[in-house]
Every structure is written in structure tokens, then in C-alpha cells.
Design a protein. Structure first.
Length: 316
């Protein structure tokens, strides 16, 4: 009888992320660590107050929709569960962002949210990581994960399935506030980019696809995240979210993406995240350098390959 392959997805989280801050000014060491692990974690890379400004702006929107418990401090992010559950499972599952379309539209209009992706500390990081000029994808993603009984965790996956373009695109995950393990932060499969692009199977949660990790033996890592922390990872590095075990608490985070400016891109990466138009999102903005900045680029465009997203049977 053939022995069943182990499922790397089921391995427990066994260690803490290592702070790569000492490598920031050593380009060679930074690139070697990135090549080995497929990820880099930085404690306090971003200005904490700038991150909390974005947090407050999003919580203000949720408060306008009566979704927060007003007996608690706003910045705590405590939800009014009765109000949260006025939404259906389908409404909060929209596009994997945790809130219905109308609320997410308000989030996408926040200038401070998009400006955070252009923070000088991030530009310096990716300049050193790539050894070349970085390009900031404008398609920024906000995760406003309401504590709804039907909210699903994001399954183990690789971002390349959804971004494409160059495989050298790196995602930057930023917790918008302190995220203890119980709140459901990000878990990383250290070194998993070395296995290349993996097959997928259907799964609930953001993206709707789970990477098939049968027969792999990589190590899961996470940590207690704080506002200002950053975890960045290669488009082939497997990662997932952990379940929210803090009843009533909203988890806020965002995904920014960066690539070497001279490498190919898939055209959808220049569109807003959602069925929106840039001009409507820009209403009231004051920083012109954040708008349509990619129009000056001379990109090579690649076609989106749907075949890599075809679903297979999980064999473990």
C-alpha cells in the first residue's frame, strides 16, 4: 500500500519570524537572506503613527456604518456583533476583503491608505532588495476582516497566481495595528518559494485557491505583530492567515506590491482593487505624485495565464 504524502499545510507553526532589520543597509546580506527564505520581516520599519492614522481612517468608516461597539475606544476596533451580522456571508466574502462593496469603496478612496505604500522606508528597502529601481503597484489591497461568524481564513497560497507579470514581484503585508496571534495574523512557509509554482485546489477564503503542499516539508513561522511592522515575501512564497480567536475584534491589514521597474507586468496590476475607476478614488486627494504615476513607465506587458489557476485534486 502506497504511503500517503504528508500535507505541509497541516504542520503546526513551529517558530518565530526573525527580525531582518540589521540587514537593511547590507544589500548583499539582505538579498542572500531573501533568496534563502523567500521572505523578510522587519520590526518597526514604518512610522507607527502613520500606520495608526490609516487604522483610524478605516475604523471611522466602520463607525459611520454602525459596525463598532461605541462603548469601547474607537482604536481598539471592537465590533458591534449584532450590526456585523446584518450582512450575509456573501456580502462579507466579497472580493476577499472582509466587508461589502460599499464600505470597501470608501476604504479605497483613502489617500493615506495608498500613500503608505510609498513610504520612504519601503522604497529604500526594495531598492536594496532588487538592486534596481522599484515600481510600486497602485493596486493596493485592504483587508477589513469583520468578526462575522461566516468569515473565512485565507488559505495557504502563492500570490503569483493572482498577480502574474514578473515572478520577482514581492508582496508587503502591513498590519494596521497590533496583531497578537489570537487576532489571526499572517503565517509564512519559510523557504517555500524554492519549490516554484505549485498546483492549486479550490478553497474558501480570499482568492478561492489553496496551494497543494503534499510531500513538502517547510517550516511555518509567525509572530506577534505590532503597528509599524512589515513582512515582505516573494510571489512564490506560500503564506496563509490564522483564525481570529478574539471575539468581537476587527483585524485590519493591507497588501502592497513591488517589483523591479524594468521587469514585465500584467496590466491588471495598474487597475484599482475593485470595480472602481481611479478618477473617482482620487476625489479630494492632495498629492498629485500618487496619481497615475505609472503613465510615465514604458512597461513590457504579459498576458494573464488562467491555466495556472486550474484546480486539481488534493492528493494528501
Amino acid at each position: 500500500m502506497a504511503q500517503q504524502l504528508q500535507d505541509n499545510d497541516k504542520k503546526p507553526i513551529s517558530s518565530e519570524l526573525t527580525d531582518a532589520t540589521p540587514l537593511l543597509n547590507d544589500q548583499q546580506a539582505l538579498q542572500e537572506q531573501a533568496k534563502q527564505d523567500g521572505m523578510l520581516f522587519f520590526r518597526g520599519l514604518l512610522d507607527r503613527q502613520a500606520v495608526l492614522e490609516v487604522r483610524k481612517a478605516i475604523l471611522d468608516i466602520l463607525d459611520e456604518y454602525d459596525l463598532l461597539d461605541r462603548s469601547r475606544p474607537l482604536m481598539e476596533g471592537s465590533a458591534d456583533l449584532d450590526q456585523v451580522h446584518r450582512y450575509t456571508a456573501e456580502e462579507i466574502a466579497w472580493n476577499g476583503v472582509g466587508v461589502p462593496l460599499d464600505i470597501y469603496h470608501r476604504v479605497q478612496k483613502l489617500e493615506c491608505f495608498h500613500a503608505l505604500a510609498h513610504s520612504p522606508a519601503l522604497i529604500r528597502l526594495y531598492t536594496n532588495l532588487f538592486g534596481a529601481e522599484p515600481f510600486v503597484h497602485p493596486r493596493n489591497i485592504g483587508r477589513v476582516m469583520l468578526p462575522h461568524m461566516d468569515q473565512k481564513v485565507t488559505p495557504s497560497h502563492q500570490d503569483y497566481l493572482h498577480i502574474q507579470g514578473t515572478e520577482h514581484t514581492w508582496t508587503c503585508w502591513v498590519p494596521l495595528g497590533d496583531v497578537p496571534r489570537e487576532l489571526g495574523g499572517l503565517a509564512m512557509l519559510k523557504g517555500s518559494q524554492q519549490s516554484g509554482l505549485l498546483g492549486v485546489t479550490a478553497a474558501p477564503g480570499a482568492g478561492g485557491l489553496e496551494s497543494i503542499l503534499c510531500g513538502l516539508d517547510y517550516e511555518w513561522q509567525t509572530c506577534e505583530y505590532q503597528a509599524g511592522d512589515v513582512i515582505t515575501f516573494h510571489s512564490h512564497t506560500v503564506h496563509k492567515s490564522m483564525p481570529n480567536r478574539m471575539p468581537g475584534r476587527v483585524r485590519l491589514s493591507c497588501d502592497f506590491r513591488y517589483q523591479p521597474a524594468h521587469e514585465p507586468i500584467e496590466s491588471a496590476s495598474l487597475l484599482p482593487h475593485g470595480p472602481f475607476a481611479w478618477e473617482e478614488l482620487y476625489e479630494g486627494w492632495t498629492r498629485s505624485e500618487l496619481m497615475h504615476y505609472w503613465n510615465k513607465m514604458n512597461f513590457e506587458y504579459t498576458a494573464f495565464d488562467e491555466s495556472i489557476r486550474w484546480q486539481k485534486d488534493k492528493i494528501c
